[in-house]
Design a protein around this ligand. Structure first.
Ligand SMILES: NC(=O)CC[C@H](N)C(=O)O
Length: 432
């Protein structure tokens, strides 16, 4: 499919896919990028005093820190919002993306041009709210049609106070992000704010070094029981006997991680990000899961300290942020990538069995394998750019993935890793 091919190419940093480099203006010059078709842009008809148009005209601006201004039409909430712009190459699954807490502080730009056609439903929520800064899309579907739909995307965002824009050249912005790396932007529907003011806001804000986990984690421990609904579940692996008790650290956990663990027969207690390791050990779990979560892994040393305290005492599994925290706890370093990986089409090689999995990914940071101590194995590699996509330290019963085996949205190729975690807990229990 042509769109699928384009989205693969966007994630691949290989020079043969690089778009032509557009000139970037000097840091302090503002310029407007014309992107809408003339028929739909503000302009002549209004100036000439002709009757008002029945369609919406541009009423929002996205000002990027490189000085570019993108005129667009707003939907969802109004106001002014700052965040880091990242592009996501998933073709479907915008509701799961909107409710993935790992997007806190970020504007998600969907490279698939047509968004909103299936509306939103009760089943696809990945957390209790939308934590992202806003949504940037090319075309907002004018009709909504799906058997699960309960509401339109626009109403859903407005109720949750999340800003969205459409009729903006998402391809051009994506090229810019690929060439120059992630950019901070300010989205505004407020005419009272000047372009210079918005540019100033984008240049005085940063996402690096900020603890975003504390804003998304649950505040109290709770039990999780829901498994994947039987009509959606394809797992046939069943276990007899007592379920394994897993303590899941909530750094911004996606519900489908919990559903998949429950489907593999785990009893789950979710604990806040600041839950002391000593309390976890008192609960005598069979395993501990460190979840995904937003922001910079170096900004949460308290979480790294908790992970360190648990290493070697109980089998552990890290997903995305959890993988990065494990990398640091084992003595390694994390670094910020140029534009990260966001989408449901990232090829990863599982080095242990030499199979390639197409995976769902959402991260801007990665573990530098060269900084890891002896004994830590890189188990998975991202085939687009060779970055570390999974780790294991068998001596301490550690396993982790940089990406999302729970998908939501995305392919299910990596689902069997939940079984591997159950088998790890099983073998540790048998040898205790
Ligand atoms: N999905 C996640 O857990 C993301 C981890 C981290 N916030 C990153 O961007 O790399």
């Amino acid at each position: 499919m042509a769109t699928q091919g384009l989205n693969f190419a966007l994630n691949n940093p290989s020079p043969c896919f690089s778009p032509t480099k557009a000139p970037i203006p000097s840091k302090f010059r503002l310029f407007t990028v014309k992107c809408s078709a003339p028929l739909f842009s503000d302009g002549a008809a209004v100036d000439l005093g002709l009757a008002g148009r029945p369609w919406k005209t541009s009423n929002a601006r996205l000002v990027l820190e490189d000085g570019s201004i993108w005129r667009a039409k707003s939907f969802g909430a109004s106001g002014t919002q700052v965040g880091e712009v990242v592009f996501n190459t998933s073709l479907t699954g915008y509701q799961e993306i909107l409710t993935d807490p790992s997007y806190a502080g970020q504007f998600v730009l969907m490279t698939n041009p047509h968004i909103g056609n299936t509306g939103v439903n009760f089943d696809d929520e990945e957390s209790r709210q939308c934590f992202l800064a806003g949504l940037v899309i090319r075309s907002l579907s004018i009709s909504t049609s799906n058997w699960r739909c309960v509401e339109t995307l626009g109403d859903y965002l407005a109720e949750r106070n999340i800003m969205g824009i459409y009729d903006v050249d998402t391809r051009a912005i994506t090229r810019r992000l690929r060439q120059d790396g992630s950019l901070i932007g300010v989205l505004s529907t407020e005419d009272s704010k000047t372009d210079q003011e918005l540019l100033g806001m984008s240049r005085s804000w940063d996402i690096v070094g900020v603890d975003l986990i504390s804003g998304v984690s649950s505040q109290e421990p709770f039990e999780w029981v829901d498994a994947t609904k039987s009509e959606w579940d394809f797992n046939t692996y069943g276990r007899d006997g007592e379920p394994y008790h897993v303590i899941a650290y909530d750094f911004g956990i996606k519900h489908n991680i919990l559903r998949r663990l429950a489907s593999y027969g785990c009893k789950i207690t979710v604990v806040p990000s600041t839950w002391p390791a000593s309390e976890t050990l008192k609960m005598k779990p069979d395993g501990v899961l460190f979840s995904n979560g937003p922001g910079d892994p170096s900004a949460v040393p308290y979480a790294v300290a908790t992970v360190k305290e648990l290493l070697g005492k109980v089998p552990v599994f890290g997903i995305c942020m959890g993988h990065q925290l494990l990398g640091q706890a084992l003595g390694g370093k994390t670094f910020k990538m140029k534009f990260g990986h966001h989408g449901g089409n990232h090829p990863v090689r599982n080095i242990r069995n030499n199979r390639v999995e197409i995976s769902a990914q959402n991260h801007n940071y990665a573990v530098d394998p060269a900084t890891l101590p002896k004994g830590v194995e890189v188990t998975h590699v991202n085939l687009n750019d060779g970055t570390c996509a999974g780790l294991a330290y068998p001596a301490l019963n550690v396993m982790s993935l940089q990406y999302h085996p729970e998908a939501s949205p995305g392919p299910h190729d990596s689902d069997c890793v939940f079984r591997e975690f159950v088998e790890l807990m099983n073998s540790v229990k048998q040898h205790a």
